[in-house]
Design a protein around this ligand. Sequence first.
Ligand SMILES: Cc1cc2nc3c(=O)[nH]c(=O)nc-3n(C[C@H](O)[C@H](O)[C@H](O)COP(=O)(O)OP(=O)(O)OC[C@H]3O[C@@H](n4cnc5c(N)ncnc54)[C@H](O)[C@@H]3O)c2cc1C
Length: 303
Amino acid sequence: MKPAPFRYHRARDVHGTTRLLAELGEDAKVIAGGQSLVAMMNFRLARPAHLVDIAPLRELDRLGPGPGGALRIGALTTHHTVETAPDTVLGPGFSVLRRAMGWIGHLPIRTRGTVGGSLAHADATAEWCLLAVTLGAEIVATGPHGERRIPADAFFLGPYTTVLEPDELLTEVVFPRPAPYAALTEFAERKGDFALVSAVVELDIAAGRVRGGRVGLGGVAPVPVRVPEAEAVLAAGGSFAECAAAAAAAADPPGDTNGSAAYRTALIRSLVERACVEAAAGTAAAATGTASATGTARKTVSR
Ligand SMILES: Cc1cc2nc3c(=O)[nH]c(=O)nc-3n(C[C@H](O)[C@H](O)[C@H](O)COP(=O)(O)OP(=O)(O)OC[C@H]3O[C@@H](n4cnc5c(N)ncnc54)[C@H](O)[C@@H]3O)c2cc1C
């Protein structure tokens, strides 16, 4: 199918774009990489009367350090740019982001799809949304009257719904501090599909001991969620298996034609434990490939 008719606008600068969006109101949609929006338009699930193409805003295609060891990622940075960024750009403490990119779709999608588009699209199992919530990222939204910074856990309201106003552009995401002991792992029916369930674990390790950590899940609720019950197990010195069991016990995943609730619960247990093990191996092991999340044994839990 082809999209419904629309008027095309080419963005020239961020401020002018937000003013244009304010003028056009709810009838307008921003297009970045087009990897989600074009499909929705072709299926007539989205019928914007105006399409504002922000691809020319090259100032939003940037990746580099921010204050206090943070990493700043401009909205138009592609998944592939992160996937191929050297440590000198990404910083060794952020290699979890590089490794996570291998889970997103296929190479052509990763070369066009953008970090900002993925966050704004807010699919409940999108890797960037889960990483942002679990690692405590801040999302920067720019509107005609200035900028606001939104913690990722307050940004997502539900599937495909965020707190962005129609006249706001997502301009940047900021990951606040290095996460050298972190890993994302997931299960999808076929390579390149959106995950059925995904897990991110970040461990706080000092002197070779786990002192605590963060556990996040995608695909188990309308938005990505942290799991305090599993994090409490890590803080109390429990094993990775106990942490995974706590995550599975705390979650209340939906069941549908892709998998029952019980199947998703089994996936949570398996994926959280695996993410803990990969996170503990840390950046050095990941760099040598021993803890690589990309493409390895996705199907460890059978139906
Ligand atoms: C076959 C296939 C498989 C895929 N698999 C995965 C997967 O496994 N995991 C995954 O995470 N994604 C997956 N994707 C989606 C892909 O990651 C997209 O790149 C991403 O969801 C959207 O990025 P985009 O730049 O293409 O955004 P677009 O499609 O251009 O826009 C998506 C939405 O975000 C809005 N938007 C875009 N940029 C901004 C901005 N800066 N400010 C405000 N609003 C904005 C648009 O208005 C639109 O509503 C897949 C896509 C395909 C086609």
